[in-house]
Write a protein that binds this ligand. Structure first.
Ligand SMILES: Cc1cc2nc3c(=O)[nH]c(=O)nc-3n(C[C@H](O)[C@H](O)[C@H](O)COP(=O)(O)OP(=O)(O)OC[C@H]3O[C@@H](n4cnc5c(N)ncnc54)[C@H](O)[C@@H]3O)c2cc1C
Length: 653
């Protein structure tokens, strides 16, 4: 069997498969010596485990967006999975064990990363470089755990094509690599992560305009890989997008160019190197994603009260398909309100009037946007700053008009400072209740099978509205990145443009950014669109993905489901089987990750949270095991047959 891509998801599926193989085949160990039963090949130009995103070879300034204690690749007792539970250390536990000398097999050969590992704390945000050592160790440990007769190998190469050897889609598949080698594999799993794509119409026209006018335009890209050298010292640069790609960009163009932050009173001061451009940041919301939290819940523990298993099952089992906006969003919104007010009532009872059971009953019966609820909240929560309002969480600048550009800049600055207080001070722990409710809702949505969502939900509401809202509320940058942003604003390196920023190209002036609620405009010779390329499997820059989408006709188009637009993703069933254009599953072609139609869940995850990635990878591993045995029954009977899995050949002239 062969994996196209050897990043975190591939190795986590591999670990789940190896755990099963050990369970089913280890009893045959004695008979197995010398017999080859299965060969697994992982093809990736980047090292296995870390893959492209987490590879060691990148700026040491770039970090994970999660705390070290919130990152694990190991299953635990909370996981509701069929495969064996195989616990192991989280990232912080691994770093501590390494520091104590308990992992002699781990050699951290980069002194900066080694120092980081020694000083790592549970609440540190580790560098991507350090994370690469954890993922690499996990891969090697998984390979070492493979039962006799099972071999695993990483091949440094790129898959360019996967074609059936015969006339139909039955195995073996012929896998062509960029090096010219061809492999034959019975089972192929695509785990090729996020990818670039051909420019869409808007990007293409900006590229043309930049060419025509002699401007610099950096199109949506993986920031760590983008060429930023044309953004010169002192240049004015308009940056669209204030999410995580923008955070990486700002880091690379400031500290990455030699600037430094020093402690200054209670905050930070930025000492420029003089090599930075001046960044003018704008987006639809006009503010960065909400800061990561450091407060903890002090009231009753979180749980799902509105989007309960019973509520989900009644949606799933009714005749009509589920519509996110009409059926699910109102439940999520009420769940967020319950999360917030439960913590306020039970963790800070002196700040409310009345008791939690009565207020909870109200939240269960009155719709989240009913004016009667707003009035009840005013009665029960005397201080306005203790009241929680979902629209202003989502669009904090909505309804504001600014006297001038300075007023808009200062308002965004103030918003960031307030958000930092809200999300990091213990007295504001109800915000943690909102975070937990958002997380539980995110997990709950995975209980709705993909095919039960209607076309509008699959095409727009889930991937755009919900995922963007969730990322903004629950997956923002570490607090220290926002403190740095404030220091950069104070140093004049960063300016905020306000909400709903639009950019046009004007001959002679270059890129011109404006916000409908801020007088004036900002013209600049450079523009960066700081977000990841949209999905577009059929127009991907990744030949293997493009072929899968076009040659096999398996890209999920929303026209298939009667809704205008395109998902640009590979259509899979909930087991991870690739579906043909007619919706029929291929028995030996699988796909998992953000380029597929299944719920996006990332890869590594929080310990002890029955996290979705484990449920997905375990389920896929179970199906893979069945596929291996179905293709090669001999593999399950411990007979030494021709090596099932992968065979290599170099094509003739
Ligand atoms: C910039 C960025 C930052 C992120 N930060 C975080 C974070 O802080 N925390 C978090 O939890 N998640 C983060 N994520 C989400 C990220 O997607 C997951 O953490 C994780 O990397 C997903 O694993 P994956 O294996 O599915 O995809 P990837 O990590 O993208 O791995 C896919 C692999 O497939 C390989 N590949 C692709 N095509 C081919 C081919 N044709 N032939 C051979 N190999 C191929 C690639 O080289 C790559 O190594 C981030 C994502 C991005 C893009």
């Amino acid at each position: 069997m062969l994996f196209v891509g050897a990043g975190p998801r591939a190795i986590m599926i591999l670990e789940r498969l190896v755990a099963r193989l050990r369970e089913h085949w280890a009893a045959d160990d004695a008979r197995e010596v010398g017999a080859s039963r299965l060969h697994i090949e992982l093809v990736d130009p980047h090292p296995p485990g870390a893959g492209r995103i987490w590879r060691r070879d990148q700026s040491p300034l770039l970090k994970l967006n999660s705390m070290a204690r919130d990152v694990t690749v190991f299953t635990d007792d909370t996981c509701t999975i069929e495969g064996p539970i195989r616990p192991g250390p989280s990232l912080i536990e691994w770093a501590e064990a390494w520091s104590r000398g308990e992992l002699p097999e781990v050699v951290i050969d980069d002194e900066v990363a080694a120092a980081e590992a020694r000083g790592l704390r549970g609440d540190s945000f580790p560098t991507r470089r350090l994370h690469s050592y954890y993922l690499e160790w996990f891969f090697r440990r998984t390979v070492a755990n493979a039962p006799p007769g099972v071999t695993v190998r990483w091949r440094r190469d790129t898959v360019t094509s996967v074609r059936p050897a015969g006339a139909d889609a039955d195995p073996p598949h012929v896998v062509s690599l960029a090096s010219g080698l061809q492999l034959e594999s019975d089972v192929v799993v695509y785990t090729l992560g996020h990818n670039g794509r051909e420019p869409d119409t808007a990007t293409a026209s900006l590229l043309d305009a930049a060419d025509r006018e002699g401007l610099v335009y950096v199109a949506p890209d993986f920031t760590a890989d983008a060429d930023l050298t044309s953004l010169a010292a002192g240049d004015d640069v308009i940056v669209r997008g204030m999410g995580l790609a923008a955070v990486d960009l700002i880091v690379l163009l400031t500290e990455g160019r030699g600037g430094r932050f020093t402690a200054d009173g209670g905050g930070l001061r930025y000492i420029p190197s003089g090599r930075e451009p001046r960044l003018h940041l704008g987006s639809r919301r006009g503010v960065p994603y909400r800061s990561k939290m450091s407060s903890v819940l002090q009231g009753e523990p979180p749980r799902r009260d509105i989007l309960t298993p019973a509520a989900i099952s009644s949606l799933v089992n009714r005749r009509e398909l589920v519509d996110f906006d009409a059926d699910v969003w109102p439940l999520i919104a009420s769940e967020l309100l319950v999360g917030y007010y439960r913590e306020l009532f039970t963790g800070h009872p002196h700040r409310v009037r009345g008791d939690w059971p009565s207020f909870f009953a109200l939240l269960q019966t009155v719709a989240w946007d009913d004016p009667a609820l707003a009035a009840a909240i005013e009665d029960a929560v005397p201080h306005p700053s203790d009241r929680f309002d979902i629209p202003s969480l989502d669009r904090p600048l909505a309804g504001l008009e600014f006297a001038d550009a300075d007023a808009a800049h200062l308002s965004v600055r103030e918003h960031i400072a307030t958000d930092l207080r809200l999300r990091t001070q213990q007295e504001n722990s109800p915000a943690q209740g909102v975070f937990m409710a958002a997380l539980l809702s995110f997990l709950a949505l995975s209980e709705i099978p993909t095919e039960r969502w209607n076309a509008r939900s699959r095409a727009a509401s889930l991937p755009v509205r919900w995922h963007k809202f969730f990322s903004y509320v629950a997956s923002g940058p570490p607090a220290h990145r926002l403190e740095e942003l404030l220091a950069l604003a104070d140093a004049g390196v960063v300016r905020f443009l306000g909400p709903d920023v639009e950019v046009r190209v004007e001959p002679g002036r270059g890129f011109v950014a404006s916000s409908p609620v801020v007088p004036g405009e900002k013209a600049a010779r450079s523009l960066v669109d700081a977000w990841l390329p949209d999905s577009g499997a059929a127009v991907s820059d990744n030949a293997a993905l493009r072929e899968l989408a076009t040659a096999h006709g398996v890209e999920l188009r929303v026209s298939d489901t009667g809704f205008a637009g395109s998902l640009g993703r590979i259509h899979t069933d909930d087991d991870g089987r690739v579906l043909s254009a007619h919706g029929a599953p291929f028995a030996t072609l699988f796909a998992s990750g953000p380029f597929t139609s299944s719920t996006e869940s990332g890869a590594f995850t929080r310990p002890a949270s029955n996290a979705l990635p484990f449920r997905q990878t375990d389920r896929l591993a179970g199906v893979l095991f069945a596929a291996i045995v179905a293709v090669h029954p001999a593999a399950d009977t411990a007979v030494a047959v021709a090596l099932p899995g992968v065979r290599a050949s170099v094509p003739g002239p």
